[in-house]
Design a protein around this ligand. Structure first.
Ligand code: C5P
Length: 219
């Protein structure tokens, strides 16, 4: 059990995909269901934390006791996180934030008059890296979903974004996104721990326990 592991702590989270509008009826999205993030929010709440979840568009009910703020795009999520981050003890970025957005979303529905269409995309802000770069940063946790060399990319991300912890998993071909179970490897500066295949709810509880331990760990 992890009752009380985060008692009195304030946890800010992101979850789900972001939708990047092309025009008033179309968007670029991704396969994130939000299930892992919602399970982590629920586990944090059950561990006694006060939880604010900034959620992209998902088909999930709000976890009991969790405050959920719904957003659509990466820019919306970025603004919501920056508005809420001061005073938080822990930030957990589970959202599959779009790396790019259309440079100029069309004001009207794009018509199929041309044989080909080129859309220019521009980079979105890296919400997790910005939180980790703050002087008053919370304990900052990221996720790394990759199709290949998962641990290599995760370790690099941990160092480049200066995170306190990263949870790495393999996605694609029935793993990770849109499924009910998952497996994670947790990496932190100087250590790692495997969380073998289990339900997202069980993994979320284990992740919260490791976060609670690392919060108190020296260094
Ligand atoms: O760099 P990459 O997107 O693979 O890193 C994944 C981690 O970074 C996740 O925790 C995700 O929520 C976070 N992220 C973010 N803002 C972005 C891109 C990723 O917060 N624009």
């Amino acid at each position: 059990s992890n009752a009380g592991a985060l008692a009195g702590r304030k946890v800010l989270m992101t979850a789900g995909p972001t939708f990047e509008d092309l025009d008033p009826v179309r968007y670029l999205g991704n396969r994130s269901s939000g299930r892992m993030g919602y399970a982590v929010a629920q586990a944090a709440r059950e561990a006694g934390a006060e939880v604010l979840l900034i959620s992209g568009p998902v088909a999930l009910a709000d976890p009991p006791g969790v405050t959920v703020q719904r957003v659509r795009s990466a820019l919306d999520m970025h603004r919501a996180v920056l508005d809420a981050v001061a005073g938080m003890d822990v930030f957990i970025g589970t959202a599959a934030v779009a790396d790019y957005r259309p440079a100029q979303p069309a004001g009207q529905k794009i018509k199929k008059t041309r044989e080909s269409l080129t859309v220019e995309l521009v980079r979105n802000p890296d919400i997790l890296a910005e939180v980790a770069a703050r002087a008053d940063r919370p304990f900052t946790v990221g996720f790394a979903a990759e199709t290949d060399d998962v641990l290599g990319y995760a370790r690099r991300k941990l160092e480049e974004k200066r995170l306190d912890l990263i949870a790495a998993n393999t996605v694609g071909a029935g793993q990770g996104f849109e499924v009910d179970d998952n497996a994670l490897t947790l990496l932190w500066p100087g250590g790692q721990q495997e969380l073998p295949r289990a339900s997202k709810a069980a993994l979320a509880r284990d992740l919260i326990n490791v976060i609670a331990q690392r919060l108190h760990a020296p260094g």
